[in-house]
Every structure is written in C-alpha cells, then in structure tokens.
Ligand binder design. Sequence first.
Ligand code: ASP
Length: 295
Amino acid sequence: MGNGNCKLIIHGGAGRLEGKVATKEQYRIGLQEAIHPAYETLLEQGARAAVLHAIRLLESDQIFNAGTGSKLQRDGRVRMSAALMDSKDGIFSGVINIYDVEHPISIADELRGEVHHLLSGSEATEFARRKGFPFHDPITMSRFIEYRKALRNREKFGTVGAVALDAKGVVCAGTSTGGIGNETPGRVSDSASVAGTYADMVGGVSCTGKGEHIINQAVAAQVIYRLRDGVPLKKILIDLMKEGASRDHEFGLISLDRKGRFGVRSTKASISVLYALKDQEHQLDFTNGGKNLIL
Ligand code: ASP
C-alpha cells in the first residue's frame, strides 16, 4: 500500500442533536480545520497519529462536545470519555468519566502501554496526573449557559471521532465525548466501549448519538465482525440502521473498511452525522457529501 491509499474520516457529532453552541457553517469550518492537518499527519506518521491529531484538534475546539466545550452533567460537572483502537496491536484503551484534563484521547492513548487499558473516574484522572497531564478546566461559558437551560435542552448529544487507514494498511478508530449533557453522574457513555469505537484489520468505526442505543446494538463491534464475515460495508450499514430505526434508536456512525470504502449513516433522516473525509481523490463534508454516504 502507498500514500495513495491513505484515508481519513472524522465526525463532530450527530447534527441537530448538537445543541445551539454553533451554526452549521461553524461546525463545517471546525471539521475542515481538523481534517487537513490530520491528513498530513496520516501521510507522515500513520493512522494512529492521525486519529490522535484529529481528535485533539476537535477536543480543543469549543464548539464540539469533547474535551474543552464538553457538556455538563446534572451536577454541573464535566466528565469525559474517550477510547481508541488500531489494527496493529488490537488493543482497545480508554477513559470513562475522566475530569479536569485537556485531552481525554491522549490519556486513552497512554493506557495502551499499561496492564489495564480502561480506567474510570478519579482513578483515571489520578493516572493522568501521574503521567504528567496537568489540570485543565474544560467548562466553557456557552456550555454553562446551556446547562442552566438544561431541562429544555435534554436529549441533545455530541461527540467527536476519527477513523484512518494508512499507507501500511493499519486502521485506527477513536472517539471522544462529553456525553449527552444533563445526565446522571455515573452514567457510562458508549464512546469508551467496543459498541462506540472499534477497529481491526478489516475496518474501523466511531459512533455518535444516544449511547444507550449504540450499546443496545453493539454497533461498532457488529460492523467489524460482519466485515470479517465478508459482508460488504454498505449492506452492513443499511441493515444495522434499519434495525436501529425499527427500535426507535437514534445514532449514526463514520466507518472505513480495509478496501478504503467510507461509510456514514444514521438511523433516522433527522440525525445527520457532521463529518468530513479526505483521501487522494475525495474531499467531502456533510454539506456536500449527502447524509448517508457510502463511497
Ligand atoms: N454517544 C455519546 C454518549 O452517549 C454522545 C454522542 O455521541 O453525541 O455519551
């Protein structure tokens, strides 16, 4: 494989469910500002570095519900979750309900080298401190105001994610989220589970939408195991989304298969995934790529 096969797709959450922090155009610009530098990283350093780069940029952009700008939970605190996995070593690592750090995805990455690959809550934050990640307050004014109106704003989600395929054929997927907003403290998101994030040598997936629904269907892992069975990505996504719609589930995903096909799909027309993708031939985003894209 050469650089011509490199593919990157990123997402910034589930469309109308994002809340009112930014306009559609601002989300588009935010995604564009992440995909171009991360694509350069993909060419130079490979899939994992590209996924980390894209997600760190999105975590730093306050309009996205991940890292700085994460939604507040019912008790007024921000707890974030992030995970990543690549086909090189097949290790899923992540943090659940971590707080006071700038880049949850970096801590998830750091955990790849540990005995235990998933940590939660205060122990995850303590681990980050031991590894030299400083205190960072991720609460922004817009999210605080949104929180104050939280009862009216329920059921609005948001997340960021990235899936990359590099010149060596390595696939990596990562997801980072501030959760659904106004949730009960202690709730566990799908993002740092194999339902929300999964990758192996046949493909990678990052989900967004209602975590409970994503977990009910074990979405990301299902996509990968069906790919392993030789089912085409398009058919997998159509079937899974049909099943989701029939259960009134609300979620979407971005995906890539080993052959380099991109897939973006959601369970309902009203949920459009905010995404951007790039390879040698294509450069698309949710404003010009259509809602349910499969290339
Ligand atoms: N899936 C995330 C969660 O349930 C939220 C989102 O993707 O918008 O925590």
